[in-house]
Design a protein around this ligand. Sequence first.
Ligand SMILES: NC(=O)c1ccc[n+]([C@@H]2O[C@H](COP(=O)([O-])OP(=O)(O)OC[C@H]3O[C@@H](n4cnc5c(N)ncnc54)[C@H](O)[C@@H]3O)[C@@H](O)[C@H]2O)c1
Length: 306
Amino acid sequence: MAAVAHGIRTVGVIGSGQMGLGIAYVSALRARVPVLLHDRSEVQLKKGLAFMDKLLEKDVAKGKVSSEDAKDAKDRVTVVSAEQGLSGLRDVDMVIEAVSEKLAVKEAIFKELSAKLSPEAILATNTSSISITKIAAATIPEGQTAASSEGAKSASRVVGLHFFNPVPVMKLVELISALQTSRDTLDRARAYAVACGKEVTTSQDVPGFVSNALLMPFINEAIMCLEKGVATREDIDKTLKLGMNHPMGPLQLADFIGLDTCLSIQQTLYTGTGDSKYRPSILLERMVDAQWLGKKSGKGFYDYDA
Ligand SMILES: NC(=O)c1ccc[n+]([C@@H]2O[C@H](COP(=O)([O-])OP(=O)(O)OC[C@H]3O[C@@H](n4cnc5c(N)ncnc54)[C@H](O)[C@@H]3O)[C@@H](O)[C@H]2O)c1
């Protein structure tokens, strides 16, 4: 079977946090596609660009990327300011949304995207757990229904494209079809992930898909061990590293993912299944209350340099 062309001439990335920046990086460097990077926070946009420069410099120093390719990748990224908003993404062929793991925020963004972008543009979300089907339903234009041809067409271009952290390093993308996603959207989204240098697995649209339905209960159990005083944070992580050959322990991994993101995913698993085995630990909730969000905020289960 001939490979499907993704046909993406420009990609929009929404969210310049750890995931959005990584997606912009592989899009510009590996897929060689011009990127419009948007965030509602100018601080995050600045931080993201500075981080991309650092990553490129590192890859050049290690001999993984030539200085010409690094310069080309950098030149392919253009910022769309908070002031320009989503209107600045009007002409892209695909958007990959990577904002905070909150359904209401994502629904509002997809509603606006469907009104502002061409009906042919693919609308992908990097959500870790939220129903892609629900996000797709948010794109049905005002006055249309899910069954009308315009409503169905709009929802059919929404897809889950779940990259992993850190994006430049992790080889996987989990592809998730909403109930409404068309074959063409799925094929082109898969082709795009491959162009970014990734391998692709497919999962059903269930809370947490495969990856987080397995990972989050594991992380939550580790936090509950700490909460109950079963062992110290160091010994919990060391047990998994040295006993099971994991590259890092679950508490450090939670810090790297972001504790707010872990909590949101666990809440989606808990409410989405009604199964008590997914109930987030109180300690995790309190740490997020305290704004101890892990590596990105400088403090989580461990302390990090700002
Ligand atoms: N962290 C991980 O390991 C990981 C892995 C896979 C997928 N994800 C998913 O990727 C998404 C982003 O996660 P992250 O870790 O990059 O989070 P993050 O907190 O690092 O970044 C989120 C960014 O979204 C921006 N943002 C929030 N609301 C916005 C809006 N309305 N418009 C524009 N920008 C907005 C914030 O300013 C911030 O820069 C989440 O859905 C998360 O579940 C995360």
